[in-house]
Design a protein around this ligand. Structure first.
Ligand code: ARG
Length: 607
């Protein structure tokens, strides 16, 4: 549709001036040239702006005529009519086309076109092919998870992990070349205390038993000790200086602490099916920081202020006064320095077209300043500027509306949360299907428990905080993982009962052989039209980097399927009717499974 509209615009809108007449003439006069006939490029500026339509008006609506006509002071309705007249007959055969209001163009797929479309999308690969042009070839770095070492992962860490992973999978599906980078916080002043603690307070047995727990204990104990005794504070500082100047013993300890952390993180990544291409932590950039100071000073962006090196942005309401500190007054680098070096490395080494970083909303100022600085610095140096997105998210709240905590007020460990999800799901499954073998119930519990936690996070608009409630996220009603996973298993059972394979599916074969007739009843048409929306939903989801759009769609699709299944008998005396209904079942299954996998969920065939 999009391509057809653009093509029609090049012929239908060719005679329209690309700017209001008077401007054209004055411009031409000033340049001493004769007025040029409007060019084809002008017509090409037309952008169809296709959207899924309100179902009462059709399947898709093109809104692009309005802004186009307005810019040219033309009558939009007349333009829309010209455009529609220029559409090829092949399109008119597939869609009912109507102009509404001041120039919206509505497209309603005809039943035969719906059937063709459904028959075409017979595999995940076909869907991927269709989506691949949206982000075709864009080299995209996604920086997600990125926790700090020597600390446990807690509940709050899950958002970056699951939203980041979903964004990677979605962009990849839509054609991008995705590079996953875990930007571990493995360098910083905390290592002075950690190393001092490790050398003086270590409980080796505890370290072997639960490494992160012991490292956390050491850090807390060392921190308390430095506060109580200035001599210990000096000793911790000395350890940090030794580390920074390359002392072999401290470097070895630092490496060991990081390795211990990394092993513990891997367990959770594995459980959540997250794999990184790189783990270039903050320390990786240590030898790349000097260049940042030099370049920012050379191009006059950074100035000395009370011993520190800072960047102001005079045009910005806040950052005119609040500086971006790129080197502290004691000469040390900081988060800003590493992130500037990271930006450069991703531009030069990875040749990224797009850089995406996920953190919670509290870091918004940091990334705004980082991006303002980068734009000016790159412009001064003539570096190619990539696109940049700070994908930020809100907090996870407890019942009391405050950041979720254990009863003793400590952060909830992520591992404990995932374990609890699986246990609760196990109880649910055992209650619902007591006759299933234990191993099956375990497998289902893992998919449902982990899926529920993950989906609860993804289905919320990421910009907002949300309240975490087990009863809600494990419910079989509503926009939840259990509801969607169950919908998937229900479709599997339809095919199982018939002895058919839903994938190599008999339904498609029947369609190809002309056995399936076009959707006809109200519920068949509603389901077919809902299926038709998936490509547009994928596009919006990846444009806005908001997985909840896809969640909402999958939830609605499952609901539409439910109504269809309740109203229509799939098994039918007429082979044509049965084949088309099976086709609808098979496609709903394919779309639900594809969508859930993109979100990082494992699907099941029975529950
Ligand atoms: N380690 C940081 C934190 O825990 C997140 C790092 C995000 N990535 C980045 N390039 N700044 O808050």
């Amino acid at each position: 549709l999009d391509a057809a509209l653009r093509q029609a615009a090049t012929t239908a809108l060719r005679d329209e001036p690309t700017q209001p007449k008077d401007e054209l003439t004055t411009g031409a006069l000033q340049e001493g040239k004769e007025s040029q006939p409007p060019t084809l490029e002008g017509a090409n500026e037309f952008c169809p702006e296709l959207r899924p339509a309100d179902p009462r008006h059709g399947d898709f609506q093109a809104n692009g005529v309005l802004p186009y006509a307005k810019a040219r002071k033309q009558n939009p309705r007349a333009l829309a009519e010209k455009l529609v007249a220029a559409l090829p007959d092949s399109l008119r055969e597939r869609f009912d086309i109507a102009i509404a209001g001041p120039g919206f163009i509505n497209f309603t797929a005809r039943p035969a076109a719906l059937l063709d479309w459904l028959a075409h999308y017979d595999s995940g690969a076909r869907l991927r092919e269709g989506a691949a042009s949206t982000h075709g070839g864009e080299r995209t770095i996604v920086d997600y998870s990125s926790p700090n070492t020597a600390k446990q992962l807690h509940v709050g860490h899950i958002r970056s992990m699951v939203i980041g992973e979903a964004i990677c999978r979605l962009l990849e599906f839509c054609g991008a070349q995705v590079i996953r980078d875990n930007h571990i916080g493995d360098w910083g002043t905390q290592f002075g205390k950690l190393i001092w603690g490790y050398k003086t307070l270590l409980d080796a047995e505890a370290l072997a038993r639960d490494p992160l727990e012991e490292l956390e204990r050491l850090y807390k104990a060392a921190d308390a000790a430095t506060k109580a005794d200035p001599a210990i504070l000096d000793a911790a500082r000395a350890e940090l200086v030794k580390l920074q100047s390359g002392d072999a013993e401290n470097l070895a300890l630092w490496r060991q602490i990081n390795a211990t952390s990394s092993t513990a993180f891997q367990q959770i990544y594995q459980q959540l099916d997250i794999r990184f291409d790189h783990e270039l932590g903050e320390s990786f950039y240590n030898d790349k920081l000097a260049r940042i100071y030099t370049e920012l000073q050379d191009c006059g962006l950074a100035t000395e202020s009370q011993g520190a090196l800072v960047v102001f942005h005079p045009e910005h309401p806040r950052f005119a006064k609040q500086p971006f500190i790129v080197r502290k007054s004691d000469g040390a680098s900081n988060y800003a320095t590493t992130d500037l070096a990271t930006m450069l490395y991703r531009t030069e080494h990875f040749e990224a077209d797009t850089i995406i970083i996920l953190t919670d909303t509290r870091q918004t100022d940091h990334f705004e300043q980082l991006w303002l600085t980068t734009q000016k610095w790159y412009a001064a140096k003539g570096y190619r500027l990539p696109e940049f997105e700070h994908v930020s998210f809100g907090a996870i709240l407890g019942d009391d509306g405050r950041a979720i905590k254990t009863r003793t007020g400590d952060p909830i460990r992520l591992q404990a949360l995932l374990d609890e999800g699986i246990e609760r799901a196990y109880a649910l499954v055992s209650e619902k299907s007591p006759t299933l073998p234990e191993t099956d119930r375990r497998e289902i519990a893992a998919a449902v428990g982990l899926g529920a936690v993950r989906y609860a996070d993804l289905s919320q608009n990421r910009s907002s905080d949300y309240v975490f409630k087990w009863e809600k996220i494990l419910s079989f009603d509503g926009n939840t993982a259990p509801y969607l996973l169950y919908a998937v298993t229900r479709i599997h059972s339809i095919f199982r009962k018939l002895g058919l394979d839903p994938y190599t599916n008999t339904a498609s074969a029947a369609t190809a052989a002309g056995a399936a007739s076009a959707p006809e009843t109200e519920h068949e048409l509603a389901l077919a039209r809902k299926l038709l929306q998936l490509p547009a939903v994928l596009q919006t989801t990846t444009e806005q980097l908001r997985p909840h759009f896809l969640c909402t769609y999958l939830f609605e699709l499952a609901g539409t399927f439910s109504s269809f299944y309740a109203a229509e008998k799939v098994l039918n005396d007429s082979p044509g009717i049965q084949a088309r209904r099976l086709l609808l079942c098979a496609r709903t299954l394919l779309f639900l499974e594809t969508g859930l996998h993109l979100l990082g969920l494992k699907t099941l065939t029975r529950m």
